[in-house]
Structures are given as structure tokens and as C-alpha cells.
Design a protein around this ligand. Structure first.
Ligand SMILES: Nc1ncnc2c1ncn2[C@@H]1O[C@H](COP(=O)(O)OP(=O)(O)O)[C@@H](O)[C@H]1O
Ligand SMILES: [Mg+2]
Length: 280
């Protein structure tokens, strides 16, 4: 039976010093195994909503919280932080904020140490994650000396250390090169499809992950404007034109579907409706 992994019910939040609510009555569910993309312009409340999912809000941010969030049926308000840490792995936009250890290996082991996992078990889990994320070459390096993409991979490995069923990631490709971003997004796809992780990601470059995501939630000024599968969201007139994927990726998608040559696709205009049709 498929369970509801995250139940967001009528959630509002106002930071203590803010004039207005950062989230206003947001309601939607994430089903176990889904890959959900959270979209919205800067300041629309994406990070605030994600912080609600692992209890950072309201446990560590002062403010007014209304509504409820349940993770596998358990309210974040009534959950202790260790329970939430085991359910929800979190990766922030800026990996340097998450780094605190001397080597990549220690960084990945950190949550396990916090939970008092026995040494031999810790070692095998770290080995497993290093192999899964292909981090052998940087294993003994300082997390401060590696590239931004490698730092994000390290942060993802650390977020996976306790093997949480849910992974939450906040604009993690923002500072990465296109190649670095694609590597990370492909990894997330693998974690979703092969390792059955439920994933919710805020990402403003939609075109980079459209091939993977099941659902899209569009936030505007703290309100959930549209929620549904990609076709539904793109066809909704309230979805901003400027946020639709850029033309090259539309071409790419069509190219994949009907096997046009690159040169030819570049000369064929594709409307949103046509693009949506290629997804079906
Ligand atoms: N720590 C904070 N204190 C007060 N206001 C905040 C804080 N963090 C974010 N906000 C405000 O909450 C709103 C939503 O911000 P945020 O969740 O960061 O949006 P996004 O991630 O979509 O850019 C914005 O108006 C922002 O200024
Ligand atoms: Mg943000």
C-alpha cells in the first residue's frame, strides 16, 4: 500500500520580525516514492516550507506557526528532532553552511556519530555512501578544498547517512556549473527510482529536472497557487510564462521523442501545448 509521506495541512508561518506571513494556508500531500518539485520566484516561501518539513520551523525559528505537517502520520509539532532527522534528510542551498568536519569521510559519518551508531556499522555505512555517490577520490580531502558540486554531493551523502525515506533539497544546484547540476540531478533521479526515496526539491531551473519529477507545486507570495503533475501545471493559465522551461529544453524533449536532428529542431518553434503533448 502506498502511504502519504508528507501531509501539509493548512500551513501558515510568520517569522517573528516579519510584517507578513511567509506561508499562507498551504495544503498538499506528497505520496511515498514521489519526486516533487517546488517552484516559485525568490521570496515566495520555498525555503520556509522546506524548513517546516524537518521541524526547523517551528522548533528552531521563532514565529507564528499554524496548521500541521505530518511525516508518515506523525506531526512535526509533536516529534522530537531525532525522529525527524531519521525521517527527513535535508540539504541546504549553501553547502559551506553544512560543513564542519576535517574530511569528507568524517562529514558523512557525522550524523551517525551523533546517533551513537557503533563504529563498525558506521564504517560500512560510510563505505556504502562513498561508493553510491562516487566519492572515492575525495574521501580523505577537506570538504573546504573540494568543488561546490563535490560539496553538495558530500552534503547529500551526509543527509543520507541515517537512511531517511525522505530527502529535502533547497536549490542545491544554484551555484553549480551546468555539468555539476546535471550530475546531482541524475543522482537524485537514481535515489528516487532505484532507492525509492521520496524527494522534494526547490529548484528554479525547472528545465533541468522535468524529466524526473512527478508533481510540481507552485508557490506565489506564500500561497500554493497550483499543484499537480507537470502537464496540469504548465497548462494552468496562472503558471507564469517566464517560469516555463526555456526553449532549448523544449526542443531537446521533442528531439528525444520524435528523433529529429538537432539542426532541424532548432528551427522548429514549439508551443507549450506541443511540448506538453510530447510528455504524454
Ligand atoms: N529568517 C527570516 N526572518 C524574517 N523573514 C524571513 C526569514 N527568512 C525568510 N523570510 C521572508 O519570508 C519570505 C519567504 O522567504 P523564503 O522562504 O526564503 O522564500 P524563497 O526560498 O522562495 O526565496 C520572504 O518574504 C522572506 O523575506
Ligand atoms: Mg530559498
Amino acid at each position: 500500500m502506498v502511504e502519504t509521506a508528507i501531509k501539509i495541512d493548512n500551513v501558515s508561518f510568520k517569522y517573528r520580525n516579519a510584517d507578513s506571513f511567509a506561508l499562507k494556508r498551504v495544503t498538499f500531500d506528497v505520496i511515498e516514492g514521489e519526486f516533487v518539485l517546488l517552484a516559485g520566484f525568490s521570496g515566495s516561501g520555498k525555503s520556509t516550507l522546506l524548513k517546516c518539513l524537518n521541524g526547523l520551523i517551528p522548533h528552531f525559528h521563532a514565529g507564528r506557526f499554524g496548521g500541521s505537517i505530518e511525516i508518515f502520520g506523525k506531526s512535526t509539532l509533536e516529534s522530537e528532532t531525532p525522529f525527524l532527522a531519521k525521517q527527513v534528510g535535508f540539504v541546504f542551498q549553501n553547502p559551506e553552511n553544512q560543513i564542519s568536519n576535517l574530511t569528507v569521510e568524517r562529514e558523512i559519518a557525522f550524523p551517525l556519530e551523533n546517533f551513537g551508531v557503533p563504529r563498525n556499522e558506521m564504517k560500512s555505512r560510510v563505505d556504502e555512501l562513498i561508493t553510491l555517490l562516487n566519492l572515492e577520490e575525495i574521501r580523505y580531502k577537506s570538504p573546504y578544498s573540494i568543488s561546490g558540486g563535490e560539496q553538495q554531493l558530500t552534503a547529500i551523502a551526509s543527509a543520507l547517512a541515517l537512511n531517511p525515506p525522505i530527502l529535502v533539497l533547497d536549490e542545491i544546484t544554484a551555484h553549480l556549473s551546468p555539468v555539476g547540476a546535471v550530475r546531482i540531478l541524475n543522482l537524485l533521479n537514481e535515489l528516487n527510482t532505484e532507492h525509492k526515496k521520496t524527494i522534494i526539491i526547490a529548484e528554479h531551473r525547472l528545465d533541468r529536472c522535468l524529466n524526473f519529477v512527478n508533481k510540481l507545486a507552485f508557490l506565489e507570495k506564500g500561497q500554493l497557487k497550483i499543484f499537480g503533475d507537470i502537464q496540469t501545471v504548465f497548462q494552468n493559465k496562472e503558471f507564469p510564462e517566464s517560469m516555463l522551461p526555456k526553449i532549448p529544453s523544449l526542443f531537446l524533449k521533442l528531439d528525444e521523442k520524435i528523433g529529429l536532428s538537432k539542426d532541424k529542431t532548432n528551427t522548429i518553434p514549439l508551443t507549450v501545448e506541443e511540448f506538453v503533448a510530447t510528455l504524454k
